[in-house]
Design a protein around this ligand. Structure first.
Ligand code: 5AD
Ligand code: SF4
Length: 450
């Protein structure tokens, strides 16, 4: 009766939250299982950023509800962003739900499950499902445990929750609440503990990491709290690589650009959401930068760290986006020479500043714009991948690949590499010469030590 499966939708922050909830549940005597068809408690950790993400989770919950009717003791819960966004209204849609827990209440899940199980065991029917979507000061500090797989070498570390920006399309300020940073000491201690458990690469997570600690720490010598945090993690023995997501172009100041020239553990891969290449649309989106400023930033980063790989998020079909606006986005897309991009078709979100603008760009046009960017991306990606042929890349070895014939790891710019490896190499940085490339992966041979 205590086997829990957590299914996660959405971003890396959600993955991290699920992992932290799992770690907590484990300490409370629950078993975390991989098979959603063989569990007693199913928790869906959900995403609300686009309507499609919500619909997917709702369809899943409906499906599970059918199973639950055959097995009334089964527990079904919805956690995270959609729980926060829709709250008790989810029960109208999904009357079989037992539990709805919002983004500031993840740490309460174990207690609620204990109560549910105790009630079931005593044969007491619960009067009502549990709904908890309250705000809770300090919730960003409530969960910090990790479940690490055997010989895991990379980990996510949450540094901040929420966002105070008001990007017109975005539901995150509503689902994740006000911007709250975790204390620097706690984050550094977490990185140290992870290093001691074999982690070599950390990815720092927050909705707007460039704002990290701005209310809690002073700029010292022109260095922002976020860069101070990077410096401190950089000094942790055992941590060899640092990544972060997502920064905001506005907060990406000179001190952070300069960090790329002086902090070698900082991987030369930046995810820098642009959203649109049209100044008119950026302004309508309430994104406080221009295309010119964005491109200057990209150029400065590439000067600070030659070979830097860039990825981005783009929304096509924001209300009022004309062909001319989209042409600007396509031109910026080509100029920024992205390695990777996540292109999204605009989805109206209830309660966002853009909601009153409706959804005037029709679906076929959104799809056309989407396809055009994906075509450009494919060309870029092919060119970038081909350029890696014959080069020697530093690879952080993660373990045997899925096929079990080779080992796999990632380059500094996060490309997957397959190569003949050995168990002793797990967790080490090794040079691999790339001798074959496909769109999905690189293949190579380790280079003998000099
Ligand atoms: N519609 C489409 N895409 C969106 N995103 C955020 N809100 C919306 C929306 N309403 C995209 C942005 C953001 C990414 C995580 O999701 O590009 O950076
Ligand atoms: Fe959403 Fe904008 Fe905040 Fe990013 S910066 S989470 S897009 S409101």
């Amino acid at each position: 009766m205590n086997r829990v499966h957590i299914k996660t939708y959405g971003c890396q922050m959600n993955e991290r939250d699920s992992e932290a909830v799992a770690a907590l549940l484990r300490t409370r005597g629950y078993r975390i299982v991989d098979d959603e068809n063989d569990c007693d408690i199913l928790l869906l950790n959900t995403c609300s950023v686009r309507d499609f993400a919500e619909q997917k989770a709702i369809a899943k919950a409906e499906n599970i509800a059918v199973r639950k009717r055959r097995r009334p003791e089964f527990v079904l819960g919805i956690l995270g962003c959609m729980a926060q966004n829709r709250g008790a209204a989810l029960l109208d849609l999904l009357p079989d739900l037992d539990l709805v827990v919002g983004t500031q209440k993840f740490h309460t899940v174990a207690g609620y499950l204990d109560n549910l199980r105790a009630a079931r065991q005593a044969g007491i029917p619960l009067a009502q499902p549990i709904v908890d979507t309250a705000e809770e000061p300090g919730s960003q500090n409530a969960l910090a445990d990790h479940i690490l797989a055997d010989r895991q070498v990379t980990a996510f570390v949450s540094i901040q929750q929420g966002c105070d920006m008001q990007c017109a399309y975005c539901i995150v300020p509503k689902t994740r609440g006000d911007e709250r940073s975790r204390p620097m000491d706690a984050i550094v201690a977490e990185c140290r503990a992870l290093a001691a458990r074999g982690i070599r690469e950390v990815t720092l997570l927050g909705q707007i990491v460039t704002s990290y600690g701005r209310r809690d720490y002073a700029h010292t010598g022109g260095i922002s709290p976020f860069v101070q945090l990077l410096e401190r993690i950089h000094a942790v023995d055992g941590i060899e690589r640092i990544r972060f997501t997502s920064p905001h172009p506005r907060g990406f100041r000179d001190d952070l650009v300069a960090a790329y020239a002086r902090l070698p553990k900082l991987c030369e891969h930046v995810h820098l959401p642009v959203q649109s290449g049209s100044d008119r649309i950026l302004s309508a989106m309430n994104r406080p930068y221009s295309r010119e400023r964005y491109l200057e930033l990209v150029a400065a980063l590439r000067t600070a760290r030659p070979g830097l790989a860039l990825s981005t998020d783009i929304i096509v079909g924001f209300p009022g986006e004309t062909d001319a606006d989209f042409a600007q986005t396509a031109a910026l897309f080509a100029e920024a020479d992205y390695d990777m991009a996540y292109v999204f078709k605009y989805s109206v979100r209830t309660g966002t500043p853009a909601e009153p603008l409706g959804d005037p760009v029709d679906e076929a046009e959104k799809e056309r714009r989407n396809q055009e960017l994906l075509r450009l991306l494919e060309e870029n990606s092919r060119r970038h991948t081909a350029a890696l042929l014959g080069t020697v890349q530093e690879v952080l070895v993660e373990g045997p690949d899925k096929a079990g014939r080779r080992y796999m790891g990632r380059t500094r710019i996060n490309r997957v590499v397959h190569f003949p490896g050995t168990e002793e190499q797990i967790g080490r940085l090794i040079p691999v010469r790339i001798d074959r490339v496909t769109p999905a992966a690189l293949y190579g041979e380790t280079v003998p030590a000099q």
